[in-house]
Write a protein that binds this ligand. Sequence first.
Ligand SMILES: *Cc1c(COP(=O)(O)O)cnc(C)c1O
Length: 348
Amino acid sequence: MSTERSSSPIVDLRSDTVTRPAPAMLAAMSAAVVGDDVYDEDPTVRRLEEVAAARFGLEAGLFCPSGTMTNQIAIKAHTEPLSEVICEQNSHVYLWEVGGIAFHSNASVALLPGNRGRLTAAQVEAAIRPENLHYPTTRLVCLENTHNRGGGSCYAWDEMVAISDAAKQYGLARHLDGARIFNALIATGQRSEDYGQLFDSISVCLSKGLGAPVGSLLLGSADFIRKTKRIRKVMGGGMRQAGYIAAAGLYALENNIERLVDDHRRAARLAEVLHQQPYVAEVLAPETNLVIFRLHDNQPAVDFLAKLEQQGIRASSFGPQWIRFVTHLDVDDEMLARVEEALCSIAE
Ligand SMILES: *Cc1c(COP(=O)(O)O)cnc(C)c1O
């Protein structure tokens, strides 16, 4: 491994995307039965799409290279030019997908300020445009659960129901960016099967907390997924013997969900330690595996990251004073202890 230090490996808290496939996952991948998925001939991809759709109470799935692609395909399929998408101002679909809504869909965006990324039904309802020649036509509501920029925050079930009901009443489509939906399910005890009633489409990442090397799924009705398949093709996302990576996704769905509680426990522990540090001004209470915190003004994020790096620890800055830690399946308790030690030593 190129990142190995002389004594102990780097503790990489930048993202849950940095995980590498474990030997058992690699074995499942190399044993996969594959075919050309553009010809609909890859049985492993088909099984992954079916298994994931059923889990969320939806009919069909579309396997894609990334969560950016599944989100943008969904938005394209739900909208047309001169229409508008309602989403939170820090949502991934708006902020971290390169302006893809404008690029792919020629659609407008109504940005709402959330509570750690969460919207309310009243906010959504107030943002729906009345019919008027001057306005874009509201078509779609996008929610994000857990919310990345909100520090891994989860929606309460009742709020999602209220938003979904409001959207339905106005004939709007409902899309969920569920890049980290399994973290939300584990943290809240909500049932994945119930989600299909609330959303017309759901995007799920296999390459985040679940530890697969590549891949996201777009889930929806059979008709919707048929439509999205053409959009995936025009974006260049049709893959051939993708069963090898789909097998990693199937392995992840079977083996790597329950263990997310460990990531959440470790995130909670990191927050506790951070609270005790004099250089920390504020910690967003972790709900899942993300810990976002703010440093005091005399402690710029770049300097703090450099001090961590000296001790073999990596994290991301989220602004001049903000840092994000992410726990994941390649961070164990021994590494956690090293991070705790480093955090305390920085104060000295
Ligand atoms: C990571 C992420 C995505 C998709 O990211 P890709 O890197 O394109 O797979 C989408 N939404 C959220 C909230 C994310 O955190």
